[in-house]
Design a protein. Structure first.
Length: 267
């Protein structure tokens, strides 16, 4: 199939990249069962584009980054397959999930569904954890039934129709250096703090009310990961993940406190 022709496959994977040389090769290796992969790159300066060029099923389009939602919606406008699989550059599709996805998109009954949420397993050092906090994400959906909206520092697809749920998980396996993760948290959590400050109390979830109005969220995240989710039984990987989540929640809390101290912020 020529990349200049409309894709004939039932499914196209949509991936956003920016300097993802540490991850994108493994992600593509887990998509060998697909013959249509669209990558929207926002100016990678590392080896990302070289790695992408080595995969014949990949089509790369370039677009300056403005927001995650706009990047994804731009990608959706370039896709003609009936189904879309939206992935981050550090997501892995293990064989059981690949088989489940292929069965779903070929099932005539699936035409009644607008999309499917997929559970997540966070990885540390390449090993999936049981103690992750990531909720299921609607990553598989029918093209034309939804658009992306920004949601805090992230983004989500809003679909016009029922959303089911798959059983097999995506693996979130980010191998970028810790220093880059630390650098990204500042910008991500600043957006999240602004969202929490602007959202009325009644529209917040219980977890977001805890994050916005008490200093308990960092400690709750640590205990949730270690005790409730069993991270203490996963050795140093469980502790590393729990401490990452505690750090992120602590940084968010400090940003919210800073906002309260600002002269322009009402008490």
């Amino acid at each position: 199939m020529s990349l200049s022709e409309p894709p004939a496959a039932l499914l196209t994977a949509l991936i956003l990249t920016h300097n993802e040389e540490a991850n994108i090769g493994r992600t593509l290796d887990h998509l060998g069962w697909l013959d249509s992969i669209l990558v929207i790159d926002s100016g990678s300066s590392d080896a990302t584009l070289t790695i992408l060029a080595g995969h014949g099923s990949v089509r790369v389009l370039h677009r300056p980054f403005d927001s995650f939602a706009d990047q994804c919606n731009f990608g959706l406008d370039q896709i003609s397959s009936p189904w879309v699989l939206s992935l981050d550059a550090d997501y892995l599709i293990p064989p059981p999930l690949a088989a489940e996805i292929q069965a779903v998109i070929r099932d005539p009954a699936a035409t009644a569904m607008a999309g499917y949420a997929i559970p997540f397993r966070y990885c540390i050092g390449g090993r999936p954890l049981r103690s992750g906090m990531l909720p299921p994400r609607t990553s598989l959906y029918r093209r034309g039934l939804g658009r992306y909206r920004n949601d805090g520092h992230g983004h989500r697809i809003v679909l016009s129709g029922p959303v089911g749920r798959l059983r097999q998980p995506i693996f979130h396996d980010d191998r970028k250096p810790l220093q880059r993760w630390l650098a990204s948290q500042g910008s991500y959590l600043a957006i999240e703090a602004a969202k929490l400050r602007a959202t009325p109390w009644r529209q917040l979830s219980v977890a977001d009310r805890l994050r916005k109005h008490t200093p308990l969220a960092p400690f709750a995240a640590l205990l949730f990961c270690l005790v409730w989710k069993g991270g203490v039984l996963e050795g140093w990987r469980g502790w590393a993940y729990a401490q990452q989540r505690m750090y992120a929640e602590l940084l968010l809390h400090l940003m919210l406190l800073e906002g309260r101290c600002s002269p322009s912020t009402p008490p």
